[in-house]
Design a protein around this ligand. Structure first.
Ligand SMILES: Cc1ncc(COP(=O)(O)O)c(C=O)c1O
Length: 352
């Protein structure tokens, strides 16, 4: 693994340092569990308060809910309509008893990028508080130099960069103390017992190296494709969700008013287009997205959520085809909906 998710080590000693600070895991979920539970229990003597946002992935949200059962207090700092947290709200939420702050780098449902560098600055000003960043979704797209970022713990997953599934990593800043969550052998400096998945680790490191080398070019190409698709879809009352500019290049999420995202996804599937409703992980569940709820969307609107993700290998022809099919399916579904039920259109702006 490189020292950051994004920067390839240039010297053998940098590579050695990177290996020392990176604990391989079975994926993003395990990395996040290890970071949050490990930091919480390590900090228990100092305090019991943890600050986070309501739009985190369930791997974080459910881990923190679990910790609440053991007396930890979790403060969720609200997000705005675009799903962004204000670093000054995070600052206000930190008390003498706070031991940990956890904020994702980019949201997996709406693609909104959080101001994690600013949050890191706030946290670094408060002695004894650790900062965890869930970078699972962001790492393929953003230049996240973890050393410069100022986080103490950064979670990553290989499958987001076409690496092997079931492989991830927790980057741990040198000197950061967390308690192991699985016990046995002395692997990973006692942070994670058990024989390493060496094939997965090598696959993950290779996937990161390959991705980092072409990340900027891929991001530029995919952003242009996404903007073209967005321009076709976001019309006639279809509302873009997430931040119009501060969003991942590959992410397009919308609400199709008066519809059920599941039915639209099914109709698109029959036409050969794979999309998801709110969260991919929650697809098939009747619950509305906790992310859209936190952003202020009422349940009846949130039910019409649809998420289209582009990838490194998406071609221009596929984008054109998707634009044609998706707009026609959306139009068909919305024709069955009374116009009064529609929300105002929003446009996606060209990202910088
Ligand atoms: C932001 C975010 N965090 C965590 C996870 C969980 O990672 P994994 O599926 O590798 O356990 C995901 C999965 O998609 C994610 O998008």
């Amino acid at each position: 693994m490189p020292p950051s998710a994004t920067r390839r080590p240039r010297t053998p000693s940098a590579a050695r340092r990177a290996r020392r600070s990176t604990t391989p895991t079975s994926g993003g979920t395990e990395a996040i569990n290890l970071a949050l539970k490990g930091a919480a229990w390590a900090g228990r003597a100092k305090g019991h308060r943890i600050v986070t946002t309501p739009v985190e992935h369930h791997a974080a949200g459910h881990s923190l809910a679990h910790l609440e059962k053991f007396g930890f207090e979790v403060e969720q700092v609200p997000v705005d309509r675009y799903g962004r947290v204000d670093p000054s709200d995070v600052e206000r939420a930190i008390t003498e008893r706070t031991i940990l702050v956890s904020v994702m780098a980019a949201n997996n449902e709406v693609g909104t990028i959080q101001p994690v560098a600013e949050v890191a600055q706030v946290v670094r000003g408060r002695k004894g508080v650790l900062f965890h960043v869930d970078a699972v979704q962001a790492a393929p797209w953003l230049d996240l130099d973890v050393e410069a970022l100022g986080a103490d713990l950064v979670s990553l997953a290989a499958h987001k960069i076409e690496g092997p599934k079931g492989t991830g990593a927790l980057w741990i800043r040198r000197g950061t103390h967390i308690l192991a969550q699985q016990h046995g052998g002395s692997q990973e400096r006692h942070r994670r017992a058990g024989t390493e998945n060496m094939a997965g680790i090598v696959g993950m490191a290779t996937a990161f190296e390959l991705r980092v080398a072409e990340r900027a070019a891929v991001a530029t190409r995919v952003r242009a494709q996404r903007d073209r698709l967005a321009a076709a879809i976001v019309a006639d009352g279809v509302e873009l969700t997430g931040h119009p500019v501060e969003r991942l290049p590959n992410s397009l999420s919308v609400i199709i008013p008066g519809t059920d995202g599941g039915s639209v996804a099914l109709a698109l599937d029959l036409e050969g287009i794979a999309v998801s409703t709110g969260s991919a992980c929650a697809t098939g569940s009747a619950e509305v997205s906790h992310v859209l709820s936190a952003m202020g969307f009422p349940d009846d609107e949130a039910r019409g959520a649809l998420r289209v993700s582009l990838g490194r290998t998406t071609t221009d022809a596929e984008v054109d085809d998707a634009a044609r099919v998706i707009t026609s399916v959306i139009r068909r579904m919305m024709e069955r909906t009374p116009v009064a039920g529609r929300v105002g259109a929003a446009s996606i702006e060209a990202a910088p």
